[in-house]
Design a protein around this ligand. Structure first.
Ligand code: FES
Length: 215
């Protein structure tokens, strides 16, 4: 298996760089000096990272971008996620996040977390909660009696959005022609659609819900 190429922005402060080194220690990686050559990049989202992120994405559209913040500025955090940073973490969590992401990548499959919403914004609500754009198209977060579910929203029959579908137990019915899908795993329960939709695990981290996507 190819080794994972990792780029760490060296303009970070010493404590953060040490933290990054701790996360990477013992892992079979190649360190690269240019973000464009990396599979995983690490950088400060409080700084001017967009040109580097763009160069990285040009070469590795499915690479993993990890941003850290020391300021914990919510607007910088949100802007980074919107810009396509896969994981934004406080600088203090960098080591553990880096280790988790790179170890997973070495293991052959990376989980990318796509932010869905703040936990507080959907507290106490049932049914369809929110939608979010992802590399797999628009996905929807639902809450049913069994808990949170996340599936792709475009009905495979003719593209109607399942966001406005009727929900019964763990089944959502497409509003256009009545195809039914399981919210548990996205499988088709009834046509006219001839296949199911993708489903994703949902995790909660630091007061937010994320869809977990294998990329
Ligand atoms: S678009 Fe969903 S069943 Fe036709």
């Amino acid at each position: 298996m190819a080794r994972i190429a990792v780029y760490v922005d060296q303009t970070a402060d010493r404590a953060t760089l040490r933290n990054a080194e701790r996360g990477l220690s013992g892992l079979e990686i190649d360190r690269v000096a240019d973000a464009a050559d990396a599979d995983v990049i690490v950088f400060d989202v409080d700084g001017d990272y967009l040109p580097m992120l763009e160069r990285f994405r040009e070469g590795r559209p499915l690479g993993v971008a990890i941003g850290f913040t020391r300021s914990l500025d919510a607007s910088a955090w949100t802007a980074a996620e919107r810009a396509g940073v896969d994981r934004v973490v406080p600088a203090g969590r960098l080591a553990i996040t880096l280790r988790e992401v790179v170890a997973s990548e070495i293991g052959g499959g990376i989980d990318r977390r796509i932010p869905l919403c703040n936990v507080a914004d959907v507290a106490g609500r049932l049914g369809f909660l929110v939608s979010a754009g992802t590399p797999f198209g628009e996905v929807g977060l639902f809450r049913i009696s069994g808990g949170l579910r996340c599936i792709a929203l475009a009905c495979p029959h003719a593209g109607a959005s399942l966001a406005t579908g009727v929900i019964e137990c763990s089944t959502v019915t497409c509003p256009s022609h009545g195809s039914q899908f399981s919210l548990d795993d996205g499988s088709r329960e009834r046509g006219p659609a001839d296949c199911g939709v993708m489903s994703f695990a949902v995790v909660e981290e630091m007061g937010r819900y994320f869809a977990v996507m294998p990329l």
